[in-house]
Design a protein around this ligand. Structure first.
Ligand code: HEM
Length: 354
């Protein structure tokens, strides 16, 4: 009896400590992920101590007004990191050296507003701290906040990334990103190149628990023949949204809770209601099926593995130290930014729309 009371007390103390910490606080130490040389959890502590609160405060408002923007930002971070590393190169406009990464096919469906949101954050942060925080770090922080604000896990982001001086070619962008019609073999192979393992692949795909997709990303599963691995009612509903293969419409990716970062995406897959081949095949393929099931029944496990995947992804090919630069404008490298001094000087006077 005495020992059970002690156990209860211990349990209550544990539960209370979980409550007074952030409800889903997962930090880097618990996720047990190594931090790349040059990055650190306290990188801006002395040079921009309010960085994280400026970013989160602003994004809470942006996401409150339009929750869909959270998904747009999360995807932006993925597309930044997978192509040439998390160096903000996806943010750059094209230049005399060629068309930008932004204009490569997979990036055409990135939300135009996501780029504006990042530049607006840059403006706010540089106004307070000067030009010390990179656009690449702002994307990483904004993606973390996208997850946390929509109900997912909160975690600490290693910071200190620098912005790249050039962008990748359209071909390199295509080669490094994964197409929605990829099967699990291709998904695993493409992620393995980035040192992301099978669990990372399934967990990171769980980002599709929020956001939307255009018909063209999945109508290959509807026309001319319906993919037999797709639930029939789900397919019929998608056909209503996308009456032809090239309809310019969008649909939610997670039909159960489209704006909430939770584990319902995996429940969708178990009900054959995954939108892309790359999603649904994770449940068909024996190498990933068990992981899908485990995440569908255990959201905490999914969150834990998702954080690990994000920390790995978020440190891919980072530029640190004296490499790269801190851009004065996220869409233009400093060398091409002839107004660089006035851009920084004018920070205080520009009224932001985002
Ligand atoms: C594993 C391979 C992946 C494939 C094949 C893939 C493919 C896609 C495609 C085709 C879209 C919809 C584009 C459109 O039609 O508008 C999309 C949306 C999205 N993806 Fe992925 N993706 C993958 C991995 C990831 C990862 C790793 C993340 C983040 C960690 C992510 C986050 C998102 C989000 C949040 C959206 C919704 C965007 C919005 O609503 O604007 N995806 N993805």
């Amino acid at each position: 009896m005495a020992s059970s009371t002690t156990t209860n007390k211990l349990f209550s103390a544990f539960a209370f400590s979980l409550l007074i910490l952030s409800p889903l606080a997962l930090d880097v130490a618990k996720a047990d992920q190594p931090i790349q040389d040059g990055l650190s959890l306290s990188f801006y502590d002395s040079i921009c101590p309010n960085l994280e609160s400026i970013v989160r405060k602003r994004l809470k408002k942006v996401y409150k007004d339009d929750i869909g923007q959270a998904a747009g930002i999360l995807r932006l971070h993925f597309h930044d990191c997978f192509v040439q590393g998390c160096d903000g190169s996806v943010l750059l406009d094209g230049s005399a050296s060629g068309p930008s990464e932004k204009s490569a096919i997979p990036n055409l469906t990135l939300r135009a507003r996501a780029f504006k949101i990042i530049n607006d954050l840059r403006h706010r942060v540089h106004r307070e701290c000067g030009r010390v925080v990179s656009c690449a770090d702002l994307v990483a922080l904004a993606a973390r906040d996208a997850v946390a604000v929509t109900g997912g896990p909160d975690y600490k982001v290693p910071l200190g990334r620098r912005d790249g001086l050039n962008f990748a070619t359209a071909q390199a962008t295509l080669d490094n990103l994964v197409a929605p019609f990829a099967n699990t073999t291709t998904v695993l192979a493409k992620l393995a190149v980035k040192n992301l393992d099978t669990t990372d692949a399934v967990a990171l795909s769980g980002a599709h628990t929020i956001g939307i997709a255009h018909c063209t990303s999945f109508t290959d599963r509807l026309y001319p023949n319906q993919d037999p691995t797709m639930d029939k009612t789900f397919a019929n509903n998608l056909k209503t949204t996308c009456p032809t293969a090239n309809t310019n419409a969008t649909t939610d990716m997670d039909i159960r809770s489209p704006n909430k970062f939770d584990n319902k995406y995996f429940v969708d897959l178990m009900n054959r209601q995954g939108l892309f081949t790359s999603d649904q095949d994770l449940y068909t393929d024996s190498r990933t099926r068990g992981i899908v099931k485990s995440f569908a029944v255990n959201q905490t496990l999914f969150f834990e593995k998702f954080v690990i995947g994000m920390l790995k992804m978020g440190q891919l090919g980072v530029l640190t130290g004296n490499n790269g630069e801190i851009r004065a404008n996220c869409s233009v490298r400093n060398k091409d930014n002839f107004l660089i001094s006035s851009v920084v000087e004018d920070e205080g006077s520009q009224a932001s729309q985002f």
